[in-house]
Design a protein around this ligand. Structure first.
Ligand code: ADP
Length: 447
């Protein structure tokens, strides 16, 4: 096992990884920008190294500075966390070239899943169901018309280099197809410098269902069920739950097995998430995240498995500590992403936290690096806390979530806690009857 792990990230996820390391008897090195010198994970780490100024490109994305910090401190491994360099194959490769273990999948899998067209192609090859559409890039207008005719309207034109929902256009009939095609290409070129686009059947009311998998370097891959992340605003997840209220045991077992079998054939090692749209009983692959996910705690709550600990273990070469049969889903969990932002306008609200009190009690977990007096810097993502609850049933978890939200105190800055409180009181949410477009309508006051 590693003796010392460098955590190349910040905020709550850096603290989450620190906690797993400490429980494994591993020493930690925090790296931080000048804006994060006072951060909780920096204070708790055994050692810390400042790697640059606040701008991410000069600090958390600065590969040379991070690798130098690992070398100077004698770290055996680097955990990249989420975002930043976590899915960067060049970084993973560079880390390994310095004789340090990258806690994540192989660079080959990072590359394969980092490109949307390649990823969809690989998914298909390994037996994962995908959205019907073009086989890779569309080469011209005639091809666009032909494929749309085959799949049926509406269709979605998507940028091959896309991300964050940019470069996507819906065409409802052949009459809008050319305009949508041209606009998607123009937007793709402007946003990503690459005008390659592909086409998919447009799903009108899907849910976002994702399967958590983990593999080791001995050929074992296990799935840990699904998370329902349909509550999204501008393609950002807001509240997640597991299990999904929309799946039955047969659907869960079927898609979980498909995902685990595909990852086993690929030789995937580390944690990973296969994301699907789910509509009318069918699953359609959209992408794979080759890293830990922000919402991993809901899976931990219903399985009792520490995913970060397991991820570190498999990176060190150890076999998985459990088999598929050992994974038993117990009860229900929710996670609210608490952001430093105005709950009405969604404008970021950085600044000094005057008071912080985390909810507690049975079945409540708060993952946050906040403390009273902490200043939320304006330079990064606005996620400041995750409130996670577990109950024996969905209803018990929901009642617990309601009371835990009432207990949370974050003073001095605005947060989206009022939005969460409103959201969990909505009858559609209580009934689990929502798709990926529901939250936008709710926020717009249409529900
Ligand atoms: P990005 O990488 O830009 O986030 P994704 O392929 O993950 O692109 O799609 C982003 C979001 O767009 C999905 O979460 C879903 O809400 C929507 N979406 C993607 N493909 C389809 C589709 N075929 N039909 C309907 N909605 C889709």
């Amino acid at each position: 096992m590693f003796e010392k792990v460098l955590i190349a990230n910040r905020g709550e996820i850096a603290l989450r990884i620190h906690r797993a390391c400490r429980e494994m008897g591993i020493r930690t090195v925090a790296v931080h920008s000048t804006a994060d010198a006072e951060a909780m994970n920096v204070r708790l780490a055994d050692e810390s190294v400042c790697i640059g100024p606040p701008a991410s490109r000069d600090s958390y994305l600065n590969m040379a500075a991070i690798i130098s910090a690992a070398t100077i401190t004698g770290a055996d491994a680097i955990h990249p966390g989420i975002g930043f360099l976590s899915e960067n194959a060049a970084f993973a490769q560079m880390v390994e070239e310095h004789g340090i273990t990258f806690i994540g999948p192989s660079p080959e899998h990072l590359i394969m899943m980092g490109d949307k067209v390649q990823a969809k192609d690989a998914a298909k090859r390994f037996g994962i169901p995908v959205v019907p559409g073009s086989d890779g890039e569309i080469t011209g207008e005639a091809e666009a018309k032909r494929i749309a005719g085959e799949t049926g309207y509406p269709v979605l034109i998507k940028a091959a280099a896309g991300g964050g929902g940019k470069g996507m256009r819906v065409a409802t009939s052949e009459a809008d197809l050319m305009a949508a095609y041209t606009m998607a290409r123009t937007e793709a070129k402007a946003s990503f410098g690459n005008d390659a686009v592909y086409m998919e059947k447009y799903l009108s009311h899907p849910r976002h269902i994702e399967i958590q998998i983990i593999g080791d370097s001995h050929g074992n891959v296990v799935h840990l069920g699904e998370r329902d992340c349909s509550l999204q605003r501008r393609h950002q997840k807001v509240l997640e739950e597991a299990p999904s209220p929309a799946l039955n045991a047969e659907q869960r077992a079927r898609i979980g097995k498909i995902a685990a079998d595909a990852m086993r054939s690929m030789g995937y090692k580390s944690v990973g998430t296969i994301e699907f749209l789910f509509q009318d009983g069918e699953f359609y692959f959209i992408e794979m995240n080759t890293r830990l996910q922000i919402e991993h705690p809901v899976t931990e709550m219903i399985t009792g498995i520490d995913l970060v600990r397991e991820q570190i273990r498999v990176a060190s070469g150890a076999p998985l500590s459990f088999t598929q049969d050992d994974v038993v889903i117990n009860g229900h969990a929710f996670e609210c992403r608490i952001n430093a932002e105005d709950p009405e306008t969604f404008m970021p609200s950085p600044g000094r936290v005057t008071d912080f009190h985390a909810a507690g009690g049975l079945g409540v977990r708060v993952d946050s690096a906040l403390y009273s007096g902490y200043r939320v810097p304006p330079n990064y993502d606005s996620l400041i806390a995750k409130l996670v609850v577990h109950g024996r049933t969905r209803n018990e978890a929901l009642m617990r979530l309601r009371r835990a939200l009432e207990e949370m105190v974050i003073g001095g800055i605005k947060t989206n806690i009022p939005l969460h409180s409103r959201l969990i009181a909505a009858p559609d949410f209580i009934n689990g009857a929502y798709d990926i477009r529901w939250l936008e309508k709710f926020v717009a006051g249409e529900i």
